[in-house]
Write a protein that binds this ligand. Structure first.
Ligand code: ADP
Ligand code: MG
Length: 246
């Protein structure tokens, strides 16, 4: 049984049809890459898997761990191990990075994390991500650079240890060093071998250190092609042009 089985999924925002009959199957521990031109619907797919209520599923279903979760809430999905790192992380004044992650972890794990053990783990992961530990006590993303916001997302992922992580352009807008650091964080997660990932990206840089099991090309709300990791380099060289013409 696949960990995630998306069947014939069609999604609307307002009156606009964004996704059309998407099928996608992810096995436990697999890493999938989702590529496609801007506006294709990649972030929409990530948001719908996470359960964002702004999107209306008009057809099809999302089966996770064998259960139809199409109608369940974001909170329920998070508790069940689904995690989405946002393309544009929001700033949250009044709550520190540390408290934000601890609350999320308490909620997902259904128990209170003890502060000292939590901080120790948090600081170890921050070190791995080359983040100054002073950031733990700053308000979430407030005044963080683009790269620091993306690192904060990966930090959350490492602390929550999801079963299915969706990374939405976690590597976009980062300098070379930040991409390497973020990539190391993602690799750390992959090497534990428990979590599956769907990585939405335009570049191969974040993928260099990772094992990619499957690649999907999303154009105009439809998956037009799926393949193995070689599809990433094919797209890198030839772009999406030939898929746009179809
Ligand atoms: P991608 O991540 O592949 O660039 P998105 O999923 O963000 O694409 O967007 C797909 C399409 O849906 C785009 O045409 C975009 O303008 C539209 N869209 C996304 N979010 C909204 C929204 N909240 N309201 C209206 N249209 C939206
Ligand atoms: Mg997007």
């Amino acid at each position: 049984m696949a960990l995630l089985e998306i069947k014939n999924l069609s999604v609307k925002i307002g009156d606009k049809q964004i996704l059309k009959n998407v099928n996608l199957s992810v096995e436990k521990g697999e890493t999938h890459v989702l590529m496609g031109p801007n506006g294709a619907g990649k972030s929409t797919l990530g948001n719908v898997i996470m359960g964002n209520e702004n999107y209306e599923v008009t057809e099809g279903s999302i089966i996770y761990k064998g259960i139809d979760i199409t109608e369940t809430s974001v909170t329920e999905r998070a508790k069940n191990g689904i995690f989405l790192s946002f393309q544009n992380p929001i700033e949250v004044p009044g709550i520190t990075l540390s408290n934000f992650i601890r609350n999320a972890k308490d909620e997902v794990e259904g128990q209170k994390n003890r502060i000292w053990a939590f901080r120790k783990e948090l600081e170890a992961k921050m070190k791995l991500l080359n983040m100054d530990k002073e950031y733990a006590d700053r308000d979430l993303n407030v005044g963080f650079s683009g790269g620091e916001k993306k690192k904060a997302e990966i930090l959350q992922m490492l602390m929550l240890n999801p079963v299915l992580a969706i990374l939405d352009e976690t590597d976009s807008g980062l300098d070379v060093d930040a991409v390497r650091t973020v990539s190391e964080g993602v690799k750390d997660f992959q090497e534990k071998g428990e979590g599956a990932m769907i990585i939405i990206t335009h570049s191969t840089r974040i993928l260099d250190a990772l094992n990619v099991d499957k690649t999907h090309i999303l154009v105009n709300g439809t998956i037009v092609r799926s393949g193995d990791s070689s599809l990433v380099s094919e797209i890198n060289e030839g772009g999406f042009e030939k898929y746009l013409e179809q």
